[in-house]
Design a protein around this ligand. Structure first.
Ligand code: SAM
Length: 290
């Protein structure tokens, strides 16, 4: 049985200017949509949707009905010239993905870029994004962060990807699928060291869970062997963002008194939540000093 529409808020829409509207939609809870997003979806001439069935459900929840056209990464190059013609004719075109903010690990870049290059107005209609929702609840520094999207699926590529991010002095945000979560967390613990982190699952939905701990703890958590649902992993910055180079050298020098450079680098990397690879080079240099 079709559910009755969510009671529409009292909207006070202003007429829509021509252009391309990049509209964020809910990441789970259908009430997480802005009044302005509803204004745009109600008044635009056309909605470009990643999956028209998903967007039709959202529209129906708000009692809206609108012409929808599929626009995923595959369709975008083909339909873009026609969309540019419609924009040139003064139409108002909205672009949405299945959930969250379009373009963020989602389709939309090609159409947005073409519209900008053609000189059309491109309007942001901000709203939910799983990356920012996870960042806010992770309990990790949020002043500076890097959104890294989905890690590569295979171990070798994933480790190289993480190694490239290890020196970044910021909180890192990753999207990940349930079947790869355990392997990804294990690689993160190995490459980043034992940093604080959080796994944010099913945000804004019925089974929302946020698990905070060190990467080693999270990698060993049996709940993450093959979890269901959608996931964001947030990883706190390495201790080098907090510890000075002098602190690091001191810890390495102490460890080198007892251990080989490789073992000293591994011990200090684990203790300070740093990259073992980075510390190994520094341990060799310290060892070589007269
Ligand atoms: N553009 C979207 C956004 O702004 O959040 C992201 C789209 S990306 C294709 C889908 C991924 O986002 C999922 O695999 C998951 O990693 C993350 N995600 C989306 N919704 C989520 C939710 N409710 N809870 C946790 N993660 C979510």
């Amino acid at each position: 049985m079709a559910r009755p529409p969510i009671a529409p808020p009292s909207l006070n829409p202003v007429p829509l200017d021509p252009g391309l509207y990049l509209v964020a939609t809910p990441i789970g809870n259908l009430r997480d949509i802005t009044l302005r997003a509803l204004d745009v979806l109600a008044a635009c001439d056309l909605i470009l949707a990643e999956d028209t069935r998903v967007t039709a459900k959202l529209l129906s929840a708000y009692g809206l009905s609108k012409k929808l056209e599929r626009c995923d990464d595959h369709a975008a190059p083909r339909i873009s010239p026609r969309i540019m013609e419609r924009l040139a004719a003064g139409e108002r075109v909205a672009l949405v993905s299945d959930a969250g903010t379009p373009l963020v690990s989602d389709p939309g870049y090609r159409i947005a870029r073409d519209a900008i290059e053609a000189g059309h107005k491109v309007w942001p209609i901000p709203g939910p994004s799983a990356a920012l929702a996870a960042l806010t609840v992770a309990g990790l520094p949020a002043e500076r962060f890097l959104f890294a999207g989905f890690p590569p699926p295979k171990t070798a590529g994933r480790r190289t990807f993480f190694e490239g991010l290890a020196p970044v002095r910021a909180t890192l945000i990753f999207y990940e699928g349930g079947s790869r979560l355990a392997a990804s967390l294990a690689d993160m613990a190995d490459v980043f060291g034992d940093r604080p982190a959080a796994v944010c699952r099913e945000l804004t939905k019925l089974y929302e869970t946020i698990t905070r701990g060190t990467l080693t703890q999270l990698a060993a958590d049996p709940a993450f062997a093959d979890p269901k649902g959608e996931l964001v992993v947030v990883v706190g910055p390495g201790a080098e963002a907090l510890a000075s180079p002098q602190d690091i050298d001191q810890a390495l020098a102490e460890a080198l008194g007892r251990l080989s450079p490789g073992a000293a680098a591994a011990e200090v990397a684990k203790a300070l939540g740093l990259s073992r690879q980075d510390l190994y080079g520094r341990a060799l240099a310290l060892k070589a000093k007269p």
